[in-house]
Ligand binder design. Structure first.
Ligand SMILES: NC(=O)c1ccc[n+]([C@@H]2O[C@H](COP(=O)([O-])OP(=O)(O)OC[C@H]3O[C@@H](n4cnc5c(N)ncnc54)[C@H](OP(=O)(O)O)[C@@H]3O)[C@@H](O)[C@H]2O)c1
Length: 248
């Protein structure tokens, strides 16, 4: 199960897992985007590999419907909480706009993962299940400025503490829980109008390896965490950032 699996990083994860032999459920709000991803991934990996489910994961009722559909498919081997977005900065300097912006950010980047994981928890494979949370380097080094009131970094950082508790809870049942915190990853929809050649160059200059991350870089890390070889890895935040953040 890959939330936000229709575009960007999530789509690359879905493609990689489908190629590795999983049947992959992808969830997002746009049916046509999910359908296109399904068709393209199945053209490479084989028919029946991808199951698209349309849902807004900030909505408890819609998440419950996803869980019902998943229950009919059998145990979940890997749950990747990848859906998220950088929320537009508050419309003005007022506290009401600030509150609205923070709530939308927490809903989109934190609550989506909490609702989906809670709904699917009974359906995770025991033992052997893998719960993976996609956070961000912003959670480790902060992020505020013209495009954000700092709520994105805060929402992603909140995922870490939540995931540590889940790792404790689910470890005895044979399920690992890990956080993957990518740095800048190009070729996704997340930056929208904020993206520019200058932004891209600045992000690359931040790295030690002199390039942007790719969705396939993240998918490769997910494939490892999902594999039986990673059974001893749990309760960790794994940075994947070309050296833009050191040692955390
Ligand atoms: N790109 C980067 O540099 C970068 C760096 C660090 C972390 N990340 C994280 O990586 C994850 C994927 O981002 P991306 O860069 O691949 O951007 P993206 O292409 O915009 O992907 C985000 C996905 O999440 C889905 N989504 C958003 N809100 C949703 C909701 N309420 N319900 C269901 N699905 C929802 C979107 O689909 P719909 O719009 O159709 O719902 C979309 O497919 C995010 O969590 C992001 O914060 C990205």
């Amino acid at each position: 199960m890959v939330s936000g699996g229709g575009t960007g990083i999530g789509r690359a994860i879905a493609r990689r897992l489908a190629g590795d032999g999983y049947r992959v459920v992808i969830v997002g709000r746009r049916a046509e985007v999910l359908e296109q991803a399904r068709a393209e991934i199945e053209a490479e990996t084989g028919a029946g590999r991808v199951v698209p489910l349309r849902a807004d994961l900030t909505d408890a009722g819609q998440v419950a419907r996803v869980a019902t559909a998943i229950a009919a498919l059998g145990p979940v081997d890997v749950l990747v909480n990848n859906a998220g977005a950088v929320i537009t900065a508050p419309a003005d300097d007022g506290l009401a706009a600030l509150a609205e912006s923070w709530r939308r950010d927490l809903d989109t980047n934190l609550l989506t993962a909490v609702l989906l994981t809670t709904a699917l928890q009974p359906h995770l494979r025991r033992p052997g299940g893998r719960l993976i949370v996609i956070s961000s380097a912003a959670a480790q080094r902060g992020g505020a400025g013209p495009h954000s009131a700092g709520s994105y970094a805060a929402a992603k950082a909140a995922l870490h503490g939540w995931a540590f508790g889940l790792a404790r809870l689910l470890g005895p049942e044979g399920i690992t829980v890990n956080v993957l915190a990518p740095g800048y990853v190009a070729d996704t929809e997340i930056f929208g109008d904020r993206w520019s050649e200058r932004f891209h160059a600045e992000k690359i200059a931040d790295t030690l390896v002199g390039r942007a991350g790719t969705p396939d870089d993240v998918a490769a890390a997910v494939a490892y965490i999902a594999s039986p070889a990673a059974g001893y890895l749990t309760g960790q935040v794994i940075g994947l950032n070309g050296g833009a953040v050191l040692g955390r």
